[in-house]
Each structure stands twice: as structure tokens, then as C-alpha cells.
Design a protein around this ligand. Structure first.
Ligand SMILES: Nc1ncnc2c1ncn2[C@@H]1O[C@H](COP(=O)(O)OP(=O)(O)OP(=O)(O)O)[C@@H](O)[C@H]1O
Length: 229
């Protein structure tokens, strides 16, 4: 459904992502685990077209995204929740979510989104910047879901968030995956969160995948070793 072939990218002279291949099925949740600086954010930025690719191919249901601007990739069904959330702090919760809605929605937030994140309904008139970190993360996810994606990319969603909210986020993601047959790729350093949601695990090390396994066979000790070296 989401296929990445021989993808490379980097900054200036230095190549950071080397020849990455990834195939993700419809409704599958894949975790990309890796320490700081291993290339998770660079990979996601390349998938979204924020950073140009040096070579490779990215397809969603057979449609090639290479060469498309970021907004065209969103229109093709890929949504992105960046590291650090990047919500608009001066805008209300409602306005933040509306920025993700297609024009055809006429500004109406689907009830389903508020059902997934009830706190956002309660706080819809507050400024995004006044929400807690966990609430902002939920807002960033809701804004991405408002674009009605087929594929959701989440970059380190648990960073700086308290454990009870992490559990809520895991629950919402599993729910929305079922509801919308959503494909999810999530980068993380926190294994407990991904063990809760992911069907398959990959470890990225210096811009290459060095480990892969299904949830049922996953060797948590091996992944932890990669994360702690
Ligand atoms: N704007 C940039 N210019 C040059 N090099 C960069 C830039 N951003 C990241 N890098 C380098 O690219 C490599 C991968 O960084 P990246 O941010 O993708 O890692 P990460 O796995 O997402 O880690 P983190 O969890 O710290 O975000 C690192 O060596 C980093 O120094």
C-alpha cells in the first residue's frame, strides 16, 4: 500500500538516509525505532517532501509521490505529525484542527475526531499554546487526521509526554486504525509505547534499517540494545 524503494536523502554534502526500502500494508502499524541522530526525522521529512530525495521512489496505492510538493502528498493521502508537534500556539484548538480539513468540509470538524480526543472538544475555544504537551500532541494528531489520510506518519509522538496520556494516544491510534483502515508509521525511542501499538518493528541505525521483526517475534532486548548504545 505504502512502498518506499531505494530512498536516499541528506543535507548538503552528507547523505543521511541510505537506500531505504520499506513496504507497509493497509492498516498495518510499523514502528521505526532508533536513537537520537539515526535519521528518523530526516526519513519522515523526505517522505513528506520537506527535504528533497536524492533518489528513490515513494508510492501510495501505486501512485508515485516523488516530485510532488508536500501539500500534494497530503492530498494524495499522507499526513505527518512532526516531532515537537508544531501546532499553531496563537490559534484556538478548533482553528488548529480546521487547518487540516479539506475545503469541502466547510470548517466542520467530524464528530469522530472529537470522539477520539474528547479533551479537544472541551478545549476547542482555548489557544493551542495553552494546552499541556500531551493535549498538544493529541491536537497535532487530530489536525493530521482531519486531512483524511491513508497513511499517518508520526515522529516521536511520546516525547515529553506523561505516561497516562501516552496510553490514551496509543488507544486512540489503535481505534482510528480500525475505523479508517489507516496505515501508520511511527518513529520512537520508547519501546513500551510501540510494543503496545505496532505490528512490526524496524530499527534505524545511521540511516539504514538494521533490524526487522513482527510483533509476535520481536526481541525487545535486541531493540533496547540499539536504543541504548
Ligand atoms: N538541518 C540539518 N543539517 C545538517 N545535518 C542535519 C540536519 N538535521 C539533521 N542532521 C543530521 O542528520 C542526522 C540524522 O538526524 P535526524 O534528526 O534525522 O535524527 P533522528 O533519528 O530523528 O534523531 P532525533 O531523535 O534527535 O530527532 C544527524 O547526524 C543530524 O546531525
Amino acid at each position: 500500500m505504502f512502498n518506499v524503494t531505494s530512498l536516499a536523502s541528506g543535507y548538503g554534502q552528507s547523505e543521511v538516509i541510505h537506500d531505504i526500502n520499506l513496504k507497509v500494508d493497509k492498516q498495518e502499524i510499523v514502528a521505526v525505532m532508533g536513537r537520537n541522530g539515526m535519521g528518523k526525522t530526516t526519513l519522515f521529512k523526505t517522505l513528506m517532501g520537506i527535504l528533497p530525495m536524492r533518489h528513490g521512489s515513494i508510492t501510495v496505492d501505486g501512485r508515485e509521490l516523488a516530485g510532488m510538493e508536500s501539500h500534494q502528498r497530503v492530498a494524495s493521502g499522507v499526513a505527518y505529525v512532526p516531532q515537537g508537534r508544531m501546532i499553531f500556539p496563537g490559534m484556538t484548538v478548533l482553528e488548529n484542527i480546521q487547518t487540516g480539513l479539506p475545503a469541502s468540509a466547510n470548517g466542520k470538524v467530524p464528530d469522530e475526531l472529537y470522539a477520539l480526543f474528547p479533551v479537544l472538544f472541551d478545549m476547542r475555544s482555548r489557544r493551542g499554546g495553552n494546552l499541556s504537551g500531551g493535549q498538544q500532541q493529541q491536537l497535532a494528531i487530530a489536525r493530521a487526521l482531519a486531512t483524511n489520510p491513508k497513511v499517518l506518519l508520526l515522529d516521536e509522538p511520546t516525547e515529553g509526554i506523561q505516561p497516562s496520556i501516552i496510553k490514551d494516544i496509543a488507544k486512540s491510534l489503535k481505534e482510528i486504525r480500525k475505523l479508517r483502515q489507516l496505515t501508520i508509521i511511527v518513529s520512537e525511542q520508547v519501546l513500551s509505547f510501540t510494543l503496545d501499538i505496532a505490528d512490526r518493528f524496524l530499527v534505524i541505525d545511521k540511516g539504514r534499517f538494521v533490524y526487522e521483526d513482527q510483533r509476535a517475534n520481536v526481541d525487545a532486548a535486541t531493540i533496547s540494545r540499539y536504543l541504548s548504545v
